[in-house]
Design a protein around this ligand. Sequence first.
Ligand code: CTP
Ligand code: MG
Length: 261
Amino acid sequence: MAIPTSPKERNLNGSAAVAAAVVPAAGRGERLGPGAPKALRELGGVPLLVHAVRALARSRAVGLVVVAAPPDGVAEVVALLDSHGLDGKDVRVVAGGADRQESVRLGLAAVPEEVDIVLVHDAARPLVPVEVVDAVAAAVRAGADAVVPAVPLADTVKRVDPQAPGVPEPVLETPDRSALRAVQTPQGFRRSVLHEVHEKALAEESAGALPPVTDDAGLVERFGGRVVVVPGHEEAFKVTRPLDLVLAEAVLARRRASDGF
Ligand code: CTP
Ligand code: MG
């Protein structure tokens, strides 16, 4: 699918035809344990990154996918993506950065100017259903600046006063769980908004301020923008620890058994 090259090239809705997806995939996967970088670890014989890119490419809303690869693994990732059919979508690979925020910024820099909707999706969420991708893109197209998919929490959550390892942590409060959400990706943005908050964060970082955020919507919030939540999906979970890989294998096996996925 081609990226529209002028504002005249519009789809039937009258909005920009396609979104670009940026996929931060440059992490080491420390919490998954020793082995290849997490994005290259296999699930059902296929690297997590390939699952994630396919999940995005399956959406008609997405016309271009930009992968931010481990800086020392760009050629390997290019070869990997070449060897897997990706529905004729435009897939580009750039070198990622030292943290997730930098990887997203570098990926965003490779998105053509005329694309005005950008989704950011973790390579570590290989099984996100296409319905979630579509819903996030649609909410941005409908006018939101920033959209995050999220699910209610199963566990009660407590805020604590962190202590050294082995020292019991005093509980400070128990937030009302009904108003809490666990946030997933893809997160969707008006491109200008995402670009602006990443530039501001970079400027503040070099001025020596502010802790890093763990998601892109967090940057929008930090600089006063409005973020809305749409329903996420339990299968959009992030592969973080070894047990997550066991769960992902089970979900994939169930999909393959039920619909030849
Ligand atoms: N990521 C990235 N560049 C980095 C660090 C992380 O692109 N320098 C990406 C990861 O590849 C992943 C996503 O951000 O797709 C979410 O990060 P996380 O789950 O924390 O992955 P890792 O950082 O690889 O894992 P860990 O924190 O356990 O090392
Ligand atoms: Mg990490």
